[in-house]
Design a protein around this ligand. Structure first.
Ligand code: C2E
Ligand code: MG
Ligand code: MG
Ligand code: MG
Length: 287
């Protein structure tokens, strides 16, 4: 494994392990408190439909307002959460928060479905779908307003339980998206067994569109594959007008990226989308 030094100063390895055990334990202990003290926040990144430029969904991305280190990205704490059993309470928190926020922006006149990222560990929980059903019931959110994003790698491992979980989630009426498509190890035959509704093309292919014929060939065939499977296809990491145009021409359905909209706080998301919609926002204090 090739180690990479993150902003935290902790050496994070490709497999998600953290090299310095003491620091890792500190992160775990602090994260446990963070969940209790409500230090986590969700930012929301719009997904833009390329045919008309409208928002067609919003992805929840977790951050940690660390009392000392400031706003931390998921890469600084998700690996520790995944290896310590904290990913279950973390995902539970994210899911409940995202569903409550989805309900509130629907009340404010924006009927966008919300996408929640789940980790491989969650898919291997015996009754994850049952848990999701409970969270939907608590907030009264229709299941078709929820998309669960699972990475390709999460589906590629020991797939028996993961596949069952995906089937159960789809049976609930939720959508399942394959995230970071192209960099993992999903085989085409696995896709046949998993009823996914969306494929998200990893940004490593997207960023070089218009410059790199190899990436272009891959993206073209992923779009064709997705459509052949009856899936919606979204490109991640769209940072330039040229790339956006390329994707539009290639028949890609939707896009996300800094060109279109960065991840936003709930308030910024609502404020940046006024106009045709009602302004009677719920008076909920959010960070
Ligand atoms: P992801 O689900 O593939 O999310 C996309 C990531 O790309 C986000 O990083 C987003 O901020 C970033 N991004 C968006 N537009 C652009 C762009 O134009 N250029 C570039 N270079 N990056 C862009 P973020 O928020 O740091 O999240 C990283 C990963 O952490 C996510 O990748 C997802 O796998 C994971 N993650 C985030 N939130 C959660 C969560 O609540 N639960 C779980 N289990 N995983 C999460
Ligand atoms: Mg995602
Ligand atoms: Mg992704
Ligand atoms: Mg990614």
């Amino acid at each position: 494994y090739q180690g990479k030094r993150g902003t935290s100063g902790i050496v994070v390895y490709a497999g998600g392990a953290v090299a310095h055990p003491t620091q890792w334990l500190v992160v775990q202990a602090e994260l446990r408190h963070a969940l209790e003290r409500d230090e986590l926040v969700l930012h929301y990144q719009p997904k833009i439909r390329l045919s008309d430029g409208e928002i067609c969904g919003v992805e929840a991305l977790v951050r940690w307002h660390h009392p000392v280190r400031g706003l931390l990205p998921p890469a600084d704490f998700l690996p520790a959460a995944e290896q310590s059993g904290l990913i279950q309470p973390l995902t539970a928190w994210v899911l409940r928060r995202a569903l409550a926020d989805q309900r509130d922006w629907t009340t404010a006149g924006r009927s966008w479905p919300v996408a929640v990222n789940v980790s491989a560990r969650n898919l291997d929980e015996p009754d994850f779908a049952g848990f999701v059903a409970g969270a939907l019931a608590e907030t009264g959110t229709p299941a078709d307003q929820l998309m669960l994003e699972v990475t390709e790698t999460a589906l590629a491992g020991d797939t028996a339980i993961a596949t069952r979980t995906v089937v159960d989630l789809v049976a609930l009426g939720a959508g399942v998206a394959v995230d970071d498509f192209g960099v993992g190890y999903t085989s085409l035959s696995q896709l046949r067994n998993i009823p996914v509704s969306e494929i998200k093309i990893d940004r490593v292919f997207v960023s070089s569109l218009g410059r790199d014929p190899q990436s272009e060939a891959i993206v073209r065939s992923v779009i064709e594959l997705a459509h052949g499977l009856g899936c919606w296809v979204t490109a991640e990491g769209v940072e330039s007008p040229e790339v956006r145009r390329w994707l539009e021409d290639a028949g890609c359905d939707a896009a996300q990226g800094s060109l279109l909209a960065p991840p936003l706080t709930w308030n910024d998301l609502i404020e940046s989308t006024t106009g045709d919609v009602r302004r009677d926002l719920p008076a909920v204090a959010r960070s």
